[in-house]
Design a protein around this ligand. Structure first.
Ligand code: NOJ
Ligand code: CA
Length: 662
């Protein structure tokens, strides 16, 4: 369904001598942007919400090797447009998304003659803008001046910009205290409202980073690695028409509104894939956790994980317990040195023809795995033959990996989130689409909503995921970590965190473990959104708690509607989601190391129906350290007028399945 309700364009020619100020407000009139040129012809913008300043006059523009596009402009013209459209997601947190905004394009002319357009879009829940140009040119951008001058200094949740693969613990600091950090950041405003600052539609441009200058955030684009002088580092090679990613600032009064914002997706282009029938969310298990807890190996040998016999065992288990697929890592040559991976030659103890036939015969898919060790260049050269090989064996989803702090791209050694890395990841997605292959990208560039355009980019890592609880020498992630992610990293897009550890003793590093109760692991399946969702533990560990495992068997990973019921960043999170195409609801809660009572009003249920709830909750004596497994499972009947009250233990959580009574 695609419904363009109303689109109008109004052109207004401005006299060069008119006051150089233009404003545009959101459809509800409450969020406004004012653009101006100062006496130096330098572009500035300011943002207000409900009549109160959010950003005061903030610099904009670009610097190229030859032109200073941060000043010496005149306004030539401006256009306005109104947009209201509802579009249907291929998969998502909800079936339909409304894109309603007001647009203002300011057309500037630089003293050099260069034409720069700044396009603003203002939504009820935030603002965005991008730089573009009608001129074709070859130029090197050395800096982007985009700044965010906050009227009052807020607190910012962030990770440092060089955090490898974005796998860090998020911290909250006063804005002026942060160093250079990755995009996105989540902001607790001084007046108690919230903001989310990120970018959308990152295309042929480096990922943005941000740094503090008093209570202003400024942009630091990820540089090309071969330039040493910081102030003249090459950031972007522009060949043709400039069209930057959108700079995006979501502004909402509450956290549930922040989490519900879909501006980032709306700023991306509509789906570029005509037939999307082959793209489908999947819940899967994998030959994976065994390698991280070192009971199995990726490379062939006595403990080899990806053998024909082991994969058959996993496929049978998946079939019996209703999983869509099984991932296998370590099936292909190259794991001895992590350098010379071969993506079309299995180890001798992996019979690809047999396994693909067997998987097909029992209706379970195989999730392929392509770990490049950071050698993106050689992967890219062979993409067509690699994907042809996988498609021939019925493999239509591949987890890709780039374990290397700096990847080797077609342009040499580069940051994965620099322009060259961004180009590589895009090439992978576009090529995969030709072979009907979905991608789950590990060690990615931070998502920016591209999966609206390429829904075969289904999930990504880019997070300190569950694997750290197997081998990190710092003891594993603290309980708080999972209660930060829904409001920070996951705001940027689906996350392959790999929830679902059911056995907490660690055979390798006894002091490192999952800081969580069993029920918290269940809650993650609802709180952490990923349409490729891997239940990460071993089949034999799931069989230690078959009663709790039932929730994982039942919970879907594609949704009709999603609601953040309650939460605070770094404390707790409660989500309710309706399974796509069903009347079933799933509620999940997670808390940090403090016990809390979850209060869940059931007003989202149909008022004329009665429902049966299966509630999976921490037992009264449960806590993540001493009694992580203690839980109770209860059944009850409810209506939309009821409220669930559930106690979450320290490091605990809960899950509920709510089905209409037939
Ligand atoms: C790191 C990934 O995050 C993990 O999931 C994978 O098992 C290893 N790399 C090997 O590719
Ligand atoms: Ca990783």
């Amino acid at each position: 369904m695609k419904r363009v309700v109303y689109l109008c364009l109004v052109c207004s020619v401005l006299l060069a001598c008119s006051p150089d100020e233009l404003s545009v407000c959101s459809p509800d009139g409450n969020t406004c942007v004012t653009f101006s040129l100062n006496d130096d012809g330098a572009p500035r913008y300011a943002v207000s919400k409900n009549g109160k300043a959010v950003l005061i006059s903030s610099p904009m523009g670009l610097k190229t090797e030859r032109m200073d596009l941060t000043r010496d402009f005149t306004i030539m013209n401006s256009t306005r447009a109104t947009h209201d459209e509802t579009w249907e997601t291929v998969w998502g947190e909800e079936r339909t998304i409304r894109d309603q905004h007001e647009e203002l394009t300011v057309m500037l002319r630089h003293t050099s003659g260069y034409k720069l357009h700044i396009v603003f879009r203002v939504f009820d829940d935030g603002i965005a803008f991008r730089y573009s140009s009608p001129d074709r040119s070859e130029m090197t951008i050395v800096d982007e001046a985009t700044s965010y001058c906050f009227a009052e200094e807020p607190h910012v949740w962030s990770i440092p910009w060089r955090t490898e693969y974005y796998e860090g613990l998020w911290t909250k600091q006063l804005l002026s205290q942060i160093d250079t950090v990755c995009s996105p950041v989540t902001i607790e405003m001084a007046d108690g409202s919230y903001a989310f600052l990120h970018e959308a539609a990152l295309t042929d441009y480096p990922a943005q980073n941000l740094f503090a200058d008093g209570s202003t955030l400024r942009t630091y684009l990820t540089p090309w690695k071969d330039e040493e002088a910081k102030d003249m580092e090459a950031k972007v090679y522009v060949r043709g028409r400039l069209n930057t990613p959108w700079r995006l600032l979501v502004l909402t009064p509450t956290l549930p509104d922040l989490v519900a914002s879909r501006i980032m997706l709306n700023l991306n282009e509509p789906c570029a894939i005509e037939d999307t029938e082959w793209i489908r969310p999947m819940k899967f298990i994998g030959i994976w956790w065994g390698m991280h807890i070192k009971t199995m190996t990726w490379e062939a040998g006595p403990k080899h994980g990806a053998t024909t016999a082991n994969m058959e065992r996993y496929l049978r288990f998946a079939n019996k317990h209703g999983f869509d697929a099984v991932l296998a890592e370590g099936w292909n040559l190259g794991w001895e040195d992590w350098k010379s991976f071969d993506f079309t030659t299995p180890y001798p103890d992996w019979d690809m023809d047999h396994l693909s036939r067997f998987a097909d015969s029992i209706g379970v898919a195989i999730v392929g795995h392509n770990e490049t060790g950071g050698n993106a260049a050689s992967y890219e050269q062979d993409l067509d033959s690699i994907y042809r090989y996988h498609a021939k064996h019925g493999i239509h989803v591949i987890k890709t990996g780039y374990v290397a702090p700096i990847i080797r791209t077609m342009d040499g050694l580069q940051w994965n989130k620099g322009q060259s890395g961004v180009r590589h990841y895009r090439k992978v997605i576009e090529t995969a689409a030709k072979y009907h292959i979905m991608i789950d990208n590990h060690e990615p560039v931070m998502p920016t909503g591209l999966s609206r355009t390429y829904p075969n980019l289904v999930s990504q890592e880019g997070v300190r995921g569950q694997e750290w609880n197997a081998w990190s020498t710092d003891g594993g992630s603290p309980c708080e970590h999972v209660t930060v992610l829904p409001y920070t990293r996951i705001m940027a897009g689906p996350v392959d965190y790999t929830p679902g550890v059911f056995h907490f003793e660690n055979p390798i590093i006894p002091t490192t473990r999952v800081h969580s109760t069993l029920m918290n692991q269940l809650g993650l399946f609802v709180c952490f959104y990923s349409p490729l969702q891997m239940a990460c533990d071993l089949p034999e560990h799931y069989m230690e708690h078959p009663d709790a495992f039932r929730f994982i068997e039942h919970v879907p990973c594609d949704w009709e509607r999603s609601i953040l019921v309650d939460g605070t960043i770094g404390d707790f999170c409660i989500f309710a989601r309706q399974g796509r195409g069903t009347d079933d609801w799933y509620v999940g809660g997670i808390t940090d190391d403090e016990a809390r009572e979850a209060v869940v009003p059931l007003g989202m249920l149909d008022s004329d129906k009665t429902y049966r709830v299966t509630l999976y909750e921490d037992a009264p004596n449960a806590d993540w350290f001493a009694h992580p497994y203690a839980h109770n499972i209860k059944e009850m009947t409810v209506t939309a007028a009821d409220t669930l009250h559930v106690r979450m233990a320290p490091g605990g959580g809960f899950a509920a399945e709510i089905n209409p009574v037939q």
